[in-house]
Write a protein of this length. Structure first.
Length: 360
């Protein structure tokens, strides 16, 4: 038997999009607001040791979210839940510990949509209208059900509502472990109200908090952003920094674990790196971004600041209701470089949407 020439196989495509301008546009805030499920946020601030204490203070103090185990999907179409949380503020619910390419998953988006990503057998048993997954559109082994919880006609007594509720109650027997957060429309309302609601329904609710890592890297070269900057190398540098790679390696003929900062560059005394990891809503990301934007305006001589946001690899959606799949790495992320003059570079990244034909 002949061995296949594996070195001739092309690497799966990866989707990158880079947008840049001399002034902030709606594209930047749109990317932030439409990316619903965020797992980590990293901020990099060059030439900075100490930040004024009020920066990121509100996020550091109020970033709780909750974990609910063995949740029935039918709870998410309960009229009381919809009126109290879905239509009143923004609720984010995401199934965890499930593999989006091989298992069932669900989510409730801040836009008020319940997303069910189901394997073929469970979809057929459920009995609710859906469509084949884009990623399995030919073999049709996975289906996606989207329910608009805010639709006026989706209310008890209406045929569609009763059909959905009964189908989820009687036909979808799987229970899900989920994480959730609620952004109330009024500061007088407590975000923990959603935890109390599930607790009263007999569920065990666990309080979770973001994990924060705050550190400085000293005496390193950083890229300078100008008209000659190579965007790929710029984001590569940010990636090496984010994984704790060696950015100081200057040994000649050293191949392993070596990296050379691309030109143009400048050397700074320190770089401040702050990372939050957990379940972070898009409103919280927007708060961090706005404070970072405010800070960079006070530092005319700072080269730039950056924010990098990573989504959940097994999330049913990436941006808005765009279907997501794991395939090779489950990537759905974006990074933004900001300059004091308002200029920015934005890169969005998605794992491949194109499977080999034999898997479609």
């Amino acid at each position: 038997m002949l061995c296949p020439e594996v070195w001739d196989f092309k690497a799966p495509q990866h989707y990158f999009k880079v947008d840049h301008s001399d002034c902030l546009t709606k594209n930047v805030t749109g990317v932030i607001r439409k990316h619903y499920f965020n797992h980590s946020v990293s901020v990099v601030i060059p030439d900075t040791v100490n930040l004024p204490p009020h920066y990121f203070e509100s996020f550091n103090e109020d970033n709780d979210y909750y974990r609910v185990n063995n949740l029935s999907a039918s709870e998410l179409v309960d009229k009381e839940f919809i009126e109290a949380f879905v239509k009143n503020g923004e609720v984010s619910v995401l199934a965890i510990e499930s593999h989006i390419d091989t298992q069932n998953s669900l989510a409730v988006t801040p836009s008020g949509h319940l997303i069910l990503s189901l394997v073929k057998e469970d979809f057929q048993t459920l009995g609710i209208e859906g469509k084949p997954s884009f990623f399995d559109r030919n073999i049709k082994n996975r289906f996606v059900v989207t329910i608009d919880l805010k639709e006026e006609s989706f209310t008890p007594g209406k045929k569609n509502y009763e059909h959905v509720r009964e189908s989820l109650t009687n036909n979808l027997h799987q229970r899900f472990n989920v994480i959730l957060a609620w952004e109330p429309p009024d500061k007088k309302l407590c975000p923990s109200s959603i935890a109390a609601w599930f607790d009263k329904r007999g569920y065990t609710v666990k309080l979770c908090r973001q994990k924060k890592v705050d550190q400085c890297v000293y005496s390193i070269k950083i890229p300078i952003i100008n008209s000659s900057t190579n965007h790929s190398e710029l984001f590569e540098w940010l990636g090496v920094l984010s994984i704790g790679g060696d950015l100081k390696n200057s040994a000649e003929n050293s191949y392993l674990n070596s990296y050379k900062c691309s030109e143009p560059w400048t050397e700074v005394g320190q770089v401040r790196c702050i990372r939050w990891t957990g379940f972070i809503t898009q409103k919280q990301v927007e708060t961090i971004f706005n404070e970072l934007k405010s800070y960079v305006k006070t530092r005319e001589n700072i080269p730039w600041v950056s924010i990098d946001v990573q989504g959940f690899s097994d999330s049913p959606t990436s941006w808005e209701l765009k279907e997501h799949n794991f395939y090779i790495d489950g990537d759905n992320s974006y990074a933004i470089f900001l300059k004091p003059n308002g200029g920015y570079i934005l890169r969005t990244s998605l794992s491949s949407n194109n499977k080999p034909r034999i898997f479609q």
